[in-house]
Design a protein around this ligand. Structure first.
Ligand SMILES: Nc1ncnc2c1ncn2[C@@H]1O[C@H](COP(=O)(O)OP(=O)(O)OP(=O)(O)O)[C@@H](O)[C@H]1O
Length: 725
């Protein structure tokens, strides 16, 4: 399996689950949406022309209208942008559920620009504060910032790709009170220095915008424990108000978001429909991919225009693109493993060309703002209805008829099962992890004491995927209230000094400056400072870190951090005995199994959409608690509506148990401690332990991929529970 890594080392499944659609629809929203996705440059009706009266009178902010036209060059607000912006400028928080391309960004960009006008001199020059945007993808942030800067807006990102000069320039703009919008990734909130910096930002954080906010909900399809920290961060930095944005939120997820950020569910939740009348949903089934190739070629021949073909694995993008080129199509492959330059080139080419077919993993599409994508093809099963909606939502943003075809075949199921089952570790692994967390040194600490761990080491040592490991910690924290994550710490602070170093520290009479001067030890070029031992000397650690950051921003030193440790405060006495720990193992494992089942169900729901005897568009809308407009029961366009024949998924026939392959796995891996691990290897699911044992390229890896996973698990469990002879 090719892991599809993005900037944060997330695999394709993670990424696929980042995006999707919304619910709760009313007819007026539908009209507004259909209108809003009209051709670029044509008049777009704003939602309030047709929509229901706003939940409360929309305050008028002429400065917001002025920014819309002058800075962004748009005539009218669309969907519920005006109501949202008015609420934010009025001082309250909001949760915004607009579909992809619905214009969510403007909901925080316009307030960011006009806070200084709304203040009307109540604050001094440069004291209007900033809007901080937490967004999970570096590439998207960069595009947004570039677009803003081109429009003359002072915007920047804090990300690891920035040069030191750029970083210093951003810090200077923050100090001068010039910067309006700052973007960062959620991982940034783990940086103590950053948290401290944001607490003391000039003018304060006027607005915290949380993009892809559905990741905060444990019930969402892409829960990310790091997202839970954003709510706490909002409180710590005293954000004046929060805006949460997502294209996918079931009512339950929306409730979770509002609750986490204290946003009024009645007044502060803004939803619009996701139904796209111009998208034609089609599906076709085949025994094998090979069998479906001619259909795909025909489809592409008869349906010209910019096309995205989604496949699951990186190597599939290359194989299929090559096949399409052989057939005379202008096709390219795209996946996250490619060089950044190549990816940018491909995206630019796709934006320019109207005939290009891009065969891609889900890494392609986020941030692609092309309105004339004519076809979106799924050549493998998408991970969920949410991902499917999100991906097809990229087609036809110009309002013209666009086609979305889903080719399904039995062999895809294995791939999806591989992803779905990859996150569940064995019970033994979970037990070892909890025994490590509740180790005698930790349990003897008093309530309020600190546990320090390293997630990466633990993931490797206990054969648990990082996301699953983080979820386990999140559960100990949120469900069981045993620990509470605090800011992870860097154990290593090193810095290089400028010629001003001595004089600046001499002039600075603060205890922190004195401590840095005293404890900063010069090695060759770099200085080391042990901030933890300074803590022992009774000086608050944060004082030192803040001072180091100040010096860094001022160009007095060049600071580097490293050796991250995850820190948890003990909030209740920890379990000490084997049986007490086992109770947690049971509870957490039960939930993990439920999550695995949910992941498998998501694939089933996806298949049901096309195999049920019902209109695809309606079924999709209903999944999101929606319906078709005007009480319609059929869209009249999808495969079901046109043929009234259900698609039959062709399942591969069961295979005979492959004893030689089974024996080879057992012979190559002599350990009998973990049946699930053996089953994973035979099925072809990567895990930290398998990677450590260099099994991913061994012939036994995936040698029984055509078997049922549960069958393999049973067979290996029998081997592991046999008494040694
Ligand atoms: N009021 C408006 N009038 C016309 N165009 C608009 C308006 N608001 C936003 N747009 C344009 O719509 C496009 C999509 O906007 P934006 O990227 O903010 O959508 P989004 O909801 O954040 O989508 P995604 O879910 O993909 O992030 C952009 O090109 C943007 O400039």
């Amino acid at each position: 399996m090719d892991p599809e890594n993005d900037e944060f080392g997330l695999d394709s499944d993670d990424d696929a689950e980042l995006l999707a659609l919304a619910d709760d629809i009313d007819d007026a929203d539908l009209i507004a949406l259909a209108d809003a996705i009209g051709p670029h440059g044509t008049k777009r009706k704003s939602a309030e022309d047709n929509g229901p009266p706003p939940k409360r009178p929309t305050l008028d902010f002429p400065c917001a209208e002025a920014a819309l036209t002058q800075t962004f060059g748009f005539k009218d607000f669309q969907l519920k942008q005006k109501q949202v912006i008015s609420r934010i400028l009025g001082g309250d928080g909001a949760t915004v559920v607009f579909p992809t391309g619905g214009g969510k960004s403007l909901c925080y960009q316009i307030p960011a620009l006009v806070f200084s006008d709304v203040d009307e001199g109540s604050r001094g020059q440069g004291e209007s504060g900033i809007t901080l945007v937490v967004s999970p993808l570096i590439a998207l942030m960069k595009d947004q910032v570039d677009a803003l800067v081109r429009r003359g807006v002072k915007a920047a990102t804090f990300d690891s790709s920035k040069s030191r000069e750029e970083y210093l320039h951003t810090c200077e703009m923050l100090r001068n009170g010039e910067l309006k919008i700052l973007y960062c990734a959620p991982e940034r909130l783990n940086n103590e220095g950053f948290v401290e910096q944001m607490k003391y930002v000039r003018g304060g954080i006027r607005l915290l915008a949380v993009d892809e906010a559905h990741c905060i909900s444990e019930w969402g399809h892409s829960f990310r424990p790091d997202y839970l920290k954003i709510a706490r961060f909002a409180r710590e930095i005293n954000a004046e108000r929060v805006i949460c944005l997502t294209a996918t939120a079931t009512p339950r997820v929306a409730r979770d978001i509002c609750k986490a950020f204290d946003i009024d569910e009645t007044e502060g939740l803004f939803r619009t429909s996701t139904y796209r009348p111009n998208l034609q949903l089609l599906a076709e089934s085949g025994k094998t991919k090979q069998e479906l190739y001619p259909s795909l070629f025909n489809f592409l021949k008869n349906n010209k225009g910019a096309t995205i073909v989604y496949v699951t694995l990186q190597k599939q993008t290359e194989e299929l693109a090559a096949e399409l080129r052989r057939k005379g199509f202008k096709a390219r492959s795209f996946h996250a493993g490619m060089e950044t330059g190549t990816k940018t080139q491909l995206q630019d080419e796709f934006m320019r060309e109207e005939e290009l077919v891009i065969v891609a993993t889900i890494a392609f599409g986020m941030g692609i703002d092309k309105s004339s994508i004519r076809n979106v093809v799924h050549f493998n099963i998408p991970s969920s209805l949410e991902s499917y909606s999100q991906e097809i939502g990229r087609a036809g943003r110009d309002g013209k008829l666009s086609k979305c075809v889903f080719y399904v075949c039995g062999e895809d199921l294995h791939l999806r099962e591989m992803f779905a089952r990859g996150d569940l570790p064995s019970r033994e692994s979970l037990r070892s992890l909890l025994q490590d967390i509740f180790h005698s040194t930790n349990v003897s600490l008093p309530v309020g004491g600190e546990i320090r761990t390293n997630h990466y080491d633990q993931a490797r040592d206990f054969d648990i995927r990082l996301t699953t490991l983080k979820n386990t910690y999140a559960q100990l924290e949120l469900t069981h209230n045993l620990i509470r994550a605090t800011t992870p710490v860097y154990t290593k602070y090193t810095y290089k000094v400028s010629s001003r170093y001595d004089s600046v520290l001499e002039a600075d009479k603060s205890p922190a400056a004195a401590a840095i001067k005293k404890y900063g030890k010069k090695a060759k070029t770099w200085y080391n400072i042990d901030v933890d031992s300074l803590m022992i000397s009774k000086l608050p650690r944060t004082d030192i870190i803040r001072k180091l950051n100040d010096l860094d921003e001022g160009g007095v030193i060049e600071l580097k951090t490293g050796g991250v440790q995850n820190v948890y405060k003990i909030t209740q006495p920890l379990p000490r005995t084997g049986p007490a720990i086992e109770k947690y193992v049971d509870q957490i494992y039960e939930l993990m199994e439920k999550r695995e089942q949910e992941a498998l169900n998501r694939t089933n729901q996806m298949l049901q959409l096309i195999t049920d005897k019902a209109c695809f568009s309606r079924a999709l809308a209903q999944h999101f608690g929606d319906n078709l407009p005007h009480g319609k029961t059929e869209c009249g366009r999808c495969t079901w509506c046109m043929t009234k024949t259900a698609i039959v998924q062709q399942v591969p026939p069961p295979v005979k148990f492959n004893f030689p392959a089974f024996k080879a796995v057992l012979e190559h891996i002599p350990d009998r401690d973990d049946a699930r691990f053996l089953a994973r290897i035979a099925f072809g699911i990567a895990s930290p332990r398998g990677t450590k044992m260099k099994l991913s390229n061994h012939p036994i890896f995936g040698s029984m991929a055509d078997h049922s996973f549960m069958g393999l698990l049973r067979a290996f469990t029998r081997e592991c529970t046999k008494n040694p002879e």
